[in-house]
Design a protein around this ligand. Structure first.
Ligand SMILES: [Zn+2]
Length: 257
């Protein structure tokens, strides 16, 4: 049975480099049909690499994947990671292209992973910004049910059942600003079962990773965060819009800090 990739980013999202070992390296054309679909934007000759561990975040929970490089020890990077995706069996696939055509990694080889830090930091701010908007909404409109979240650049938003109007935008902005100013810590914990998470941990196998803003909320989450609310902001509520009974709160955070 295939071995799960150890997702190091879940335990330490601050790591930007890690030495680990290659488990497999193959062309996208030799993957199963399901796994080929994970990298539709790349060419069949590009590669899919699995390593024992990874610090590169695979797309998930509304947060886009990391990009980065792989290098052999004491050498310049020889592989560009363009996409990271989680397979159904728990392996994490690193899709990309060799820098020079003759780079082929083999099983057991030691490799050094590097994450594109600016992109990761921006994604962590956007993702944490989503939690902050979510908490502001929970405090202001406790009866509105969250239905969707997107933390991608240019598209970041939280969606809720029920109707919100533009007049409520300043109210949401003020609550978000208050949470950022309070500089609350983002707390990560692990729980064995999700029954204490008010239905949010349903259908998840434990242990479940939970993110909380200063102990004020509890959200099952596998994404990467900044350490404090002030590091995500200033958050701009761009727009409040409605469609078919669903309201969308769009937001943005600084791309650079
Ligand atoms: Zn999160």
């Amino acid at each position: 049975m295939a071995q799960c990739t150890e997702a190091v980013y879940l335990h330490d999202a601050s790591l930007r480099t890690l030495t680990t070992e290659v488990v497999s390296c193959q062309s996208i054309s030799s993957l199963s049909e399901i796994e080929k679909c994970l990298a539709k934007s790349l060419s069949p000759e590009d590669s899919a690499i699995v390593m024992r561990q990874t610090i590169l975040y695979p797309r998930g929970g509304g947060q886009p994947s990391d990009t980065g490089t792989l290098a052999l020890e004491d050498q310049e990077p020889t592989f560009t990671v363009l996409l990271v995706r989680k397979a159904q069996d728990g392996r994490i696939l690193h899709f990309g292209k060799p820098v020079t055509t003759d780079t082929i990694f083999v099983e057991g080889q030691r490799v050094i992973q590097n994450v594109d830090g600016d992109r990761r930091d921006y994604h962590s701010r956007l993702h944490t910004g989503g939690h902050i908007v979510g908490l502001a909404m929970e405090l202001l409109f406790p009866d509105m049910k969250k239905v969707k979240a997107n933390h991608a650049p240019g598209e970041a938003c939280m969606e809720y059942e029920g109707l919100l109007y533009n007049e409520q935008k300043p109210l949401i902005q003020a609550k978000v600003d208050e949470l950022v100013k309070q500089d609350l810590p983002i707390l990560i914990s692990w729980v064995e079962d999700g029954s204490d998470l008010e239905g949010r941990g349903k259908n998840r196998e434990g242990p479940i990773r939970v993110a909380s803003i200063g102990g004020l909320d509890q959200n099952p989450c596998g994404g990467t965060h900044v350490d404090r609310t002030s590091l995500a902001g200033p958050i701009t509520i761009r727009k409040v819009s409605r469609q078919k009974g669903i309201s969308r709160v769009s937001y943005e955070v600084p791309e650079k800090k």
